[in-house]
Design a protein around this ligand. Structure first.
Ligand code: FAD
Length: 383
């Protein structure tokens, strides 16, 4: 990290200790949203870390947000319940009008409004974002939205959604990236008036949903930036998203490694701790080395981001390497625990399910490799 943020980490750790494993296990069992945890983080100001002080936030740099999210995961909690607020908000901050920022940011900073839902992915377009089919058609001082999003996480627990929709048909735009626009949707007003949310049951507790738009009227005042330029705005936030998710994976990896090392020292079989066997030590040591290497890439990405330098390469590599490191650490941790790794009360199987997501979302590993091949190595575009 560019700074250690020792004090922030200690305070976040203290807060997280109020939400131990049995809290998360109970939520996991019921597939319930960890409202108390999210409220505690919000009330302590952590979810407003990146909002400028003028708008009531802490005005901290992205490396502070990364430290907060890493610590949350390292303590065994799950930032997936609220991490989106950290990176979605950047679109509003960078591209919103002064009036929009003045209206929303202070209320987001105070916790009055939750900006947790991000509507990009659709069932038929997936990773191919430019093929999305949800439309927003201007009608007087409103846009009328029709279509569907999928994997819209936290939609039931958010007051606002950042929505990407097509405002100009694909065949009418001269540049392939034009024609999409970003809106801030007031979810509470929309539900039942053109917006329907349906939860999707997944292998981990992620409060994800599919949302349906049927003639939903969104005030034109809620268009962010210029009509037709939304794809660029979303892309500009993706490096921040990748770096923050990578920091979470580093936190997960540290949790698994600590848990595995402690158990390997204390579990005695054949009259010696299992951790004395190289077959047990090596996977943990390897995962540690992978985690440290990924952590360096996260640091470098954060440094470049804060210096205003191009950071696509590092943000993508950090996300991929950190997600692979957390998976390797999870694998080592389960294997070290033998049968107990599968028992819910150890929390390992829960964290194992949770951390697996980050090789698929918010961008899957193949797309990162394609990015490196094309944009870093100059290889032909493969798709
Ligand atoms: C729990 C969960 C929460 C999510 N939360 C959100 C959210 O809040 N908001 C949101 O908008 N989205 C969200 N997503 C969506 C997520 O970003 C997508 O799942 C992800 O981008 C992959 O898209 P897809 O699932 O449609 O896979 P697809 O795009 O169908 O891809 C399937 C597979 O094919 C591979 N593939 C596709 N094209 C190529 C290619 N050209 N070259 C090589 N490989 C290729 C992919 O890498 C992947 O492995 C979430 C997903 C999950 C599972």
């Amino acid at each position: 990290m560019t700074h250690d943020y020792t004090q922030i980490r200690e305070e976040v750790a203290k807060l997280c200790q109020q939400f131990p494993g049995d809290y998360w296990r109970a939520k996991d069992k019921l597939r319930a949203y960890p409202t108390e945890f999210v409220d505690a983080l919000g009330n302590a100001g952590y979810l407003a870390a990146l909002i400028p002080e003028d708008y009531g936030g802490a005005g901290l740099p992205i490396s502070a947000a990364a430290a907060i999210l890493e610590e949350v995961q390292k303590q065994g909690c799950n930032g997936g319940a609220c991490h989106a607020q950290m990176y979605i908000m950047g679109t509003l901050l960078r591209h919103g009008s002064e009036a929009q920022k003045a209206s929303y940011l202070p209320r987001i900073a105070s916790g009055e409004l939750r900006l947790q839902a991000f509507g990009v992915t659709e069932p038929s377009s997936g990773t191919d974002t430019l093929s999305l089919k949800t439309t927003a058609k201007r009608n007087g001082d409103h846009y009328i939205v029709n279509g569907q999003k999928i994997w819209t996480s936290r939609a039931e627990h958010s007051d606002l959604m950042l929505l990407l929709a097509r405002t100009t048909p694909r065949e009418h735009v001269s540049k392939r990236t034009d024609g999409l626009s970003v809106f801030l949707v007031d979810m509470k007003a929309a539900v039942g008036n053109g917006l329907t949310i349906r939860p999707i049951e997944t292998m981990m507790n992620h409060s994800t949903t599919e949302v349906f738009f049927d003639q939903l009227a969104v005030p034109a005042a809620n268009l962010i930036g210029e009509e037709g330029q939304g794809f660029k705005y979303i892309l500009s936030g993706m490096n921040a998203e990748r770096l923050l998710i990578a920091a979470e994976c580093i936190g997960d990896a540290k949790w698994f490694i600590e848990k595995a090392s402690a158990y390997a020292k204390e579990r005695v079989l054949f009259n010696r701790p299992i951790g004395q066997n190289q077959g047990v030590q090596f996977p943990i040591a390897r995962a540690y080395a992978q985690m440290r290497a990924a952590e360096l890439m996260v640091s470098e990405g954060l440094r470049k981001y804060e210096a205003g330098e191009p950071v696509g390469e590092e943000a993508n590599m950090a996300k991929m390497l950190a997600a692979e490191a957390s998976w390797a650490a999870g694998e080592a941790c389960i294997q070290t625990h033998g049968g107990f790794g599968f028992a819910a009360e150890y929390d390992i199987e829960r964290k194992f399910r949770e951390t697996r997501l980050y090789q698929v979302a918010p961008i899957s590993t193949n797309m990162i490799l394609s990015f490196i091949a094309e944009h870093v190595l100059g290889l032909p575009r493969s798709y």
